[in-house]
Design a protein around this ligand. Structure first.
Ligand SMILES: [Zn+2]
Length: 194
């Protein structure tokens, strides 16, 4: 099955930041494997003139999701730190829109739509279908896809460009099943008309 891209498609790259890669503060196993695959999607979408957005966790030092504040996670993605930077090999074009989330100390946001203007940015570009990949399948990708579907966007889930934390075994599989049951359509790069 070949999928043709349309001008109403947009690429949404979720949280591909150093702290979520192997060696980072909150590493997703095999997380760096998404980078070369996402670069292929970026290249294709950029050549087609499609909108490209990248979300990022962008926390203050005392963020509520950190263990010292009673949250579940070690400190990660502190704004302007090296750990918060996008993966150095990720080829995000300068024209891409950057969406920072969970910037206030008292709120966390797994979804790129939560507390951001992402929906308005997508609507302004005329996007109706989103190609979504990044990290991690069972947290920020899942919640971003949930919110996209709830807002009426179609979603192509880039199954070759996501990786899961799997804090509990099979969390990633369960997240994928939920996204597909909710209406997301799974694809791999080879499914796209080049
Ligand atoms: Zn975070």
């Amino acid at each position: 099955m070949t999928i043709s891209l349309a001008s109403t498609d947009a690429l949404l790259i979720v949280d591909v930041q150093n702290d979520f890669l192997p060696g980072g503060a909150l590493a997703v196993p095999d997380g760096d494997a998404v980078v070369p695959v996402l670069n292929r999607y970026i290249g294709l979408c950029d050549r087609r003139g499609l909108a490209i957005f990248a979300s990022r966790d962008w926390h203050p030092e005392n963020h509520c999701s950190f263990k010292a504040q009673g949250g579940p996670w070690p400190p990660h993605c502190i704004a302007f730190s090296r750990g918060a930077a996008f993966a150095s090999l990720l080829e995000i074009p300068c024209s891409a829109g950057i969406v920072s989330k969970a910037q206030s100390a008292d709120r966390d946001a797994y979804s790129g739509f939560q507390g951001t203007n992402l929906e308005a940015l997508l609507r302004a570009r005329g996007a109706t279908r989103l190609l979504v990949g990044g990290l991690a399948t069972d947290y920020c990708v899942l919640n971003t896809v949930r919110d996209a579907l709830a807002r009426g966007f179609q979603v192509l889930l880039l199954r070759d460009a996501i990786r899961a934390v799997n804090a509990q075994p099979n969390d990633g599989d369960r997240a994928e099943q939920e996204m597909l049951a909710g209406g997301a359509h799974p694809i791999a790069f080879c499914d796209l008309e080049s």
